[in-house]
Design a protein around this ligand. Structure first.
Ligand code: HEM
Ligand SMILES: CC(C)=CCC/C(C)=C/CC/C(C)=C/COP(=O)(O)OP(=O)(O)O
Length: 305
């Protein structure tokens, strides 16, 4: 008896058609949820008003554009993802989605998100979204990731744009406040990623990706993590200092910054101890989430006084 799967194999030469969940996984949904959240907060904080349906559309465009760029990243990196423990089960290297399907999906969603942002919102937000997608795909993924240990610092800028996109969706402009939100994520990204790379550097080494611990060693990475954390902590408080937020945010950001520096210091002192690095990676996610939550809370509560 011929089963459904046998028929599929006969027709296509493969034993598995991609499911909706395979396509969903191409959007890197967990990572992108925080990206989209920072974009939504940028939109909410921006001065001015936007119709709720347009606000929803703008956030949807950021989500789809972010997911699409993650998909193109996984299409391009399928060769190295297939040789790393952390990524071997991704949809393309495991064969659940063909490279052609991933490429088509990523391009279609990228173009759709930018065009919709342009038509429904404004050209500044659309241009910033297009720039972000191109930065992640061309500058980070295709150019810097495999060439320099500064890949994260320069290429990581892509992940910092979403609040500026959200802000521009309301105002049609780029302003000091939105650049400040960009800067916070920009300085957050190196410690976020290098903490992780301290305990996954063997993978990167095996596939020849020049992440900082692979090229400059663990000690230098721990030093760089501490330096960026010392820059990030005060930067996180600047929105309060320039009067963009109130004390609720200012005090929260100070405490979060302090916790970040203390953990970065532990990573620096405890050398090969992976627990501290794992702790810093987790704290980095909590830090960024809480910073943006507190921006929201401060804005909402501040509005009552
Ligand atoms: C070049 C910049 C960045 C690099 C290289 C990077 C790298 C990574 C890696 C390798 C992971 C592990 C995820 C996995 O297992 O697939 C991760 C996790 C994560 N990253 Fe980043 N990241 C960057 C920027 C960002 C940005 C800008 C955000 C959000 C604003 C972000 C949010 C997250 C989240 C939420 C997770 C946890 C996902 C989970 O629980 O599986 N990352 N990051
Ligand atoms: C709106 C918009 C377009 C947003 C894009 C946001 C963005 C660039 C986020 C970067 C997030 C990320 C997971 C980078 C890791 O790439 P990697 O290839 O080093 O990680 P991997 O090894 O897990 O694939």
């Amino acid at each position: 008896m011929t089963t459904k799967m046998d028929n599929a194999t006969l027709v296509s030469g493969r034993d598995h058609f991609p499911t909706a969940s395979d396509y969903w996984s191409l959007l890197k949904p967990r990572v992108m949820s925080l990206v989209v959240f920072t974009g939504a907060v940028g939109l909410y904080l921006a001065p001015g008003t936007i119709h709720p349906i347009l606000a929803f559309t703008a956030i949807l465009c950021i989500a789809v554009g972010a997911g699409a760029s993650g998909c193109l990243n996984m299409w391009y990196d399928a060769d190295i993802d297939a040789r790393m423990k952390r990524t071997i089960n991704r949809a393309v290297p495991s064969g659940r989605v063909t490279p052609g399907e991933a490429l088509g999906f990523g391009i279609t969603l990228s173009v759709a998100s930018v065009v919709l942002m342009w038509l429904a919102i404004n050209w500044v937000a659309a241009a910033l979204l297009a720039l972000t997608i191109c930065f992640y795909v061309f500058v980070y993924t295709m150019w810097l990731k495999r060439r320099t240990p500064q890949n994260i610092v320069i290429g990581g800028a892509a992940g910092a744009f979403p609040p500026m996109i959200g802000w521009a969706a309301v105002t049609g402009t780029v302003s000091l406040e939105s650049v400040l939100l960009f800067a916070i994520i920009f300085f957050w990204t190196p410690p976020h990623f290098w903490a992780l790379s301290l305990f996954t550097s063997e993978d990167y080494k095996a596939v020849g990706v020049p992440m900082l611990p692979v090229v400059s060693g663990e000690r230098e990475t721990r030093k760089q993590i501490l330096i960026y954390s010392l820059l990030l902590a005060p930067l996180g408080v600047v929105p309060w200092m320039i009067g963009m937020t109130g004390a609720i945010y200012g005090i929260s950001a100070s405490l979060l910054g302090l916790a970040f520096v203390v953990q970065a210091w532990r990573v620096w002192r405890e050398r090969v101890e992976v627990q501290a690095a794992r702790g810093l990676f987790k704290l980095s996610l909590l830090y960024l989430f809480m910073i943006f939550i507190m921006l929201l809370v401060d804005h909402v509560v501040g509005g009552f006084f």
